[in-house]
Design a binder for this molecule. Sequence first.
Ligand SMILES: Nc1nc2c(c(=O)[nH]1)N[C@H]1C(S)=C(S)[C@@H](COP(=O)(O)OP(=O)(O)OC[C@H]3O[C@@H](n4cnc5c(=O)[nH]c(N)nc54)[C@H](O)[C@@H]3O)O[C@H]1N2
Ligand SMILES: Nc1nc2c(c(=O)[nH]1)N[C@H]1C(S)=C(S)[C@@H](COP(=O)(O)OP(=O)(O)OC[C@H]3O[C@@H](n4cnc5c(=O)[nH]c(N)nc54)[C@H](O)[C@@H]3O)O[C@H]1N2
Ligand code: SF4
Ligand SMILES: [Mo]
Length: 752
Amino acid sequence: MTQLHYRTCHLCETMCGLEIEHDGDRIVAIRGDKKDVLSRGNICPKATGLQDIHTCPDRLKKPLKRVRKNPSVKSHDDDWVEIEFEEALDYAASELAAIQNQHGMNSIGSYWGRSTAHNWGCTLSVFPMQRIMGSRNIYTGSTVDQMPHNFAWHHMLGHQFLCTVPDINRTDYYLMLGTNPKISNGAQMSTGANAWKKLNAIRTRGGKCVLIDPRRNESAKYVDEHHFIRPHSDAMFLMGIIQVIFHRGLARPGRMAGHINGWQKIEAIANEFDLDRIAEVTDIPRADIERIAEEFATANSAICYGRTGVSMVQFAGLTQWLMYVVNIITGNMDEKGGLMFPRPALDSLDLTQSSWGRYHSRVSHRPEFSGEFPMAILAEEILTPGEGQLRGLMGTAGNMVLSMADSNQSERALQALDFYVAVDPYLNETTRFADVIIPPCGPLEKSHYDMFYHLYDTLNWTKYAPPLFITDHSPWTDFEIFTELAGRFAYKRAQHPLKKRVIYGVHWIIRRLLKPELFLDLGLRFGPYGSGLNPFKKGGLTLKKLKQQPHGIFLGDLDYNFPEGLRTADKKIQLAPSAFINDLPRLKAWFIEGDMEREQAASSFDLKIISRLTNRTLGWMHHSQRLVKGKNPCELMINPRDAAARGIQPDTIVAVTSRTGQVRLPVVITEDIKEGVVCMPNLWGHGRKNTRQQVANSNPGVSMNDLTDVTGVDGLTNNAIVNGVPVRVEAVATSALHEEYHEDETVEEYSV
Ligand SMILES: Nc1nc2c(c(=O)[nH]1)N[C@H]1C(S)=C(S)[C@@H](COP(=O)(O)OP(=O)(O)OC[C@H]3O[C@@H](n4cnc5c(=O)[nH]c(N)nc54)[C@H](O)[C@@H]3O)O[C@H]1N2
Ligand SMILES: Nc1nc2c(c(=O)[nH]1)N[C@H]1C(S)=C(S)[C@@H](COP(=O)(O)OP(=O)(O)OC[C@H]3O[C@@H](n4cnc5c(=O)[nH]c(N)nc54)[C@H](O)[C@@H]3O)O[C@H]1N2
Ligand code: SF4
Ligand SMILES: [Mo]
């Protein structure tokens, strides 16, 4: 007899409800949960890959320790031996403590990749672990992703996680920049794998969708208009939109009137830019900019929203700022059908910090943002000798060799570390540099609550899932690993015997009493829908109630939050913070004073490469056979005119060369990519030595980040630039075998 288990898919922020049919510990099927309050049965193919992860023979069940062939240097010929958890934790804690004792607080550090936020054991551990390690060397995948958004929210709204969520369910006009919701299923907006249906719904109810992107991506067929834009130039496009809105007298603050600072400044700034020059540098005709601005400002409700295509580029900070300015000056901030703010059952905002520039990095003096430094400087902090040099690293839930700019630089840095402990279920491109790998249990062997992603809810809801499988031989959860690592590290760091005893005692209590579930229960009780500890007050949310509702609990549509919810000191929206104003000369120098043309003329790299996601896969899910089977999607999209100018035929293998590296891959010649731009998938390239990942190795593809460059960061936010990187493309061979890769239309197939 099979049984059904319900949980939320933890693979991306879309948070779809899953129905898992199983027979004991054998999974029979993974389907969309039709009763899930958010996704109503929609899922994407990636979720079905979870069964492969559950049974994956390469997923580590016990820690691996490196046995060096040569004691003074790490090599890919080194052996790995399995050790027990207790030994691995002691080893990691002792080595990190020893480095810090000898070389000072900042000589150790931590790196947290994307799976941190998808896993509440990790999410709950991040801040305590960082505190206990006491180092300024804190790095997360956010600075190769979304940091410019956080930066804008911090400066304009007062907190880095006061996340603006598009109220896509009610909007009349949806202007999208650099996003591909058909494939990503919506980023920084949790819709439940049906973002493309929501685009259709906008148009069915008489609204309009517009996409601005250097590629006519898979979402283009769900919009009314697509405009090619020159990479990195979105800030200029937005400046044009703002200028037209003011010129035509269409600016109005709506509900936020009286709660905005800096209104006049913005109008004056936008006027400094010539609209014809804006049209020239963006490659979007002036008439289109004027029309879009007018349509946007006169729609009943409208959203200007952008994602990775406008956060991993040059001028990303300015672009995010101007995007929010467009919404604010048209009365669409904290307005129905505009940008809104969810009210999560467990309000995590106060558990996180928000700050900028309290201190600077050692080597290149980059400012901290909310307690972390940008990933772009991690390698230099490891490779540059001197006091405070980073020598010991605790890395978790990220595969930086493939996901951070300049894979080779990341590899050199990881290799140079004195000690590196990875908390990760795989021996992959990054963890192969570890001295010890401590694997957490599989995703279905732990409970799940979306501690972080409810900040992106498009409706208010909540849901908890218990573990599906627990066996005696299940590895530890991430939470257990970090609780042990933190306790043992603090104990070993302490010098005084009394302090050691206190730490021992506290750790003893924490490991027995503090479970994520206890934290959740308290968070729900004291959250906006709870009734505290009052046993007589009925109806408040508790964990017990959540457990009785395996499909989740609907908590209402998005509602107004401002001005009370603003976190700025004066409870006003800051429309023109000085951080952005001070960055404007850089934008002007590039686009107005001719730096762009001068650099292009001097460069031997005449094309710009941008990234794309693949539908059926997601970075670390390349371990799933059912997701990666078939032809590898690593192909280079190139415009027919660019191909012809280089003698590139449809069956050509090309070499793509940048300042940092080269990859070779087949081409797809297509009008779907703007002239001057080429595009390839990211997070592939599993052909590197000494990893233990048969499935990924058998269909390796090539790594886009072999081409990207850590010297390329947005000058304001220091976010890595992995879109619009200068490259050269040459034909190197023809491949008779090459057939084009076609993205499966599996989203529909898997959606109800
Ligand atoms: N299938 C799948 N889904 C995923 C993921 C995955 O790996 N696979 N990852 C998840 C994660 S972590 C994230 S962050 C989201 C990302 O979600 P999205 O941001 O929606 O998806 P991307 O494909 O990264 O979209 C970026 C778009 O920006 C465009 N672009 C590049 N440069 C520029 C530019 O200069 N200007 C403009 N206007 N556009 C530009 C690209 O052509 C691309 O279409 O997806 C999530 N969903
Ligand atoms: N060129 C280019 N580079 C990009 C992007 C791009 O568009 N172009 N996109 C960027 C974006 S948006 C993102 S989000 C990043 C993603 O990049 P990463 O954050 O590196 O994500 P993944 O490559 O998916 O690696 C996830 C890691 O988490 C581990 N893991 C999986 N589950 C668990 C778990 O439960 N616990 C622990 N401890 N570990 C686990 C996996 O084994 C793997 O090592 O890449 C960024 N890099
Ligand atoms: S869109 Fe796919 S990967 Fe993301 S939560 Fe839904 S089913 Fe999981
Ligand atoms: Mo991401």
